[in-house]
Design a protein. Structure first.
Length: 451
């Protein structure tokens, strides 16, 4: 941007009365610090009505000439001081409050996140060791079936650390220049989550879901461009590793005249996740554990999948369709297991935001009590396992089950109590028919009040 040197002098209006009112109501201000023209020595005017004062020019000059100066790193240092780094066991205990099971994955995430932010705090604070050892960033790749808790783990991590957090869907991203979202949009969401604070956004967490959907369509290199697969992986390489990216402030396409937001991704933690359906077959072929004999293939796959998935190697992911450079930038691999029947029952009742508790609280606002029998909880878990939708399947089951009760409860004039049994879950009995009468309150209180 070219700034033209121009001193703001007395206004020269064409109509004195109109110009005087306009000058009094809107005095030119610095576009960076917001100070008015009367509070600074010099105000330099630029294009599109933008201005900059002499003090902001001095600050910019210092930053450009001395990037390591306290003035240049003051904002980042202040952000690092506010960053609290819990210990791994503290992170895991907080994860246990919201996520059921997946103990191995919780330990992997706790250690990785602790080391990542400990590295940031050390670097931003200016600590230098005599041995000259530099700690590299370790991004995380989570592999697990749908409904196993991948997104919930990432959201809980951001809540524990109190850092900006954004979720992006890899299926909507395309290579730059094609229809779809540009890769820089994942950074724009993080900036918006930080309320525009770039220094705070540079310490955040970006969660990219459905990363397996950008796998290369064919193992052999194609002569045509794979704009939503391999092209996306190549565009993410430098962002994952750490670079100063240019982000359009309004999203969308980049234009030559458009001002860009500069953000450094070196200290941003990237968590990529996906179901990677079919990677277990690749692992079996590699370790020589294919299906032999007359055993049903689907039953054998379901029985052995939890045994082979933890043995995933980078070569399996490359065979699946990820390029080697992309796999190398995700060194931490956490494999989530399918949820068992006991896990699903615990999800319904134990976490702070348990689904049963949510419905009980909603009906409590209408003076209605909701009770689930243990057999009903077991039946809900069995149906969710049959549908192979994990914890997400429990939500849809409960929505359908409680529809009539949630519809009728707001227009009831008296307190009620619904007991959901196994027969109600199976559909043999309507949820409205599961209402139990609540004993009437003693009439003695009314007589006392009347007397």
């Amino acid at each position: 941007m070219v700034w033209s040197m121009m001193y703001w002098g007395p206004p020269r209006p064409r109509h004195k009365t109109m110009a005087t009112k306009k000058t009094q109501s809107k005095e030119p201000r610095c576009s960076f610090c917001g100070r008015p023209r009367s509070a600074v020595k010099t105000l330099i005017a630029g294009p599109d009505g933008m201005s900059i004062c002499d003090e902001c020019v001095d600050i910019c000059n210092t930053v450009l000439q001395h990037p390591d100066s306290p003035r240049a790193q003051g904002t980042a240092t202040a952000a690092s001081r506010q960053l609290a780094v819990p210990k791994p066991h503290e992170i895991k205990s907080r994860l246990d409050e919201y996520v059921v099971g997946q103990d191995r994955v919780k330990k992997v995430l706790s250690v990785a996140v602790h080391n990542h932010y400990k590295r940031i705090k050390s670097r931003l604070a200016g600590a230098k060791d005599n041995d000259g050892v530099e700690i590299d960033k370790s991004n995380i790749l989570m592999i697990g079936p749908t409904g196993s808790g991948k997104t919930l783990l990432a959201q809980t991590l951001a809540r524990v650390l109190d850092v900006p957090f954004s979720i992006s869907d890899a299926t909507t991203i395309t290579e730059a220049g094609y229809v779809g979202e540009d890769i820089e949009n994942v950074l724009l969401r993080l900036i918006r989550a930080a309320d525009g604070d770039i220094a705070r956004a540079e310490l955040g967490i970006i969660y990219i879901d459905e990363i397996d959907k950008v796998a290369r369509r064919m193992e052999n290199v194609s002569i045509t461009r794979d704009v939503s697969g391999e092209g996306v992986q190549q565009g993410l390489l430098k962002i994952l590793e750490g670079t100063v990216a240019s982000v359009p402030p309004q999203g969308g396409r980049k234009h030559p005249q458009q001002e860009m937001i500069q953000i450094n991704t070196e200290n941003i933690l990237f968590i990529c996740a996906g179901a990677f359906v079919g990677v277990d077959d690749i692992i079996k072929r590699r370790i020589g554990k294919g299906v032999i004999g007359f055993e049903n293939e689907s039953r054998a796959r379901a029985h052995k999948k939890h045994l082979v998935m933890p043995e995933v190697e980078p070569e399996d992911l490359i065979k699946f369709g990820l390029i080697p450079e992309f796999v190398g930038r995700l060194p931490m691999v956490a494999v989530l297991e399918s949820l068992s029947e006991d896990d699903l029952v615990h999800i319904l009742t134990e976490p702070k935001n348990a689904m049963i508790r949510q419905y009980q609280k909603l009906l409590q606002m209408e003076d209605v009590e909701l009770v689930f029998n243990p057999a009903a909880l077991r039946e809900l878990a069995r149906v969710a396992i049959l549908r192979k939708t994990g914890a997400r399947g429990l939500r849809s089951l409960l929505e359908n089950l409680m529809l009539d009760v949630m519809y009728e409860a707001p227009r009831r004039k008296k307190a009620g109590r619904f007991v959901i049994t196994e027969e109600v879950v199976r559909g043999h009995v309507s949820a409205l028919d599961a209402e139990e009468k609540i004993p009437a309150r003693p009439a003695a209180k009314k007589l006392d009040a009347a007397g």
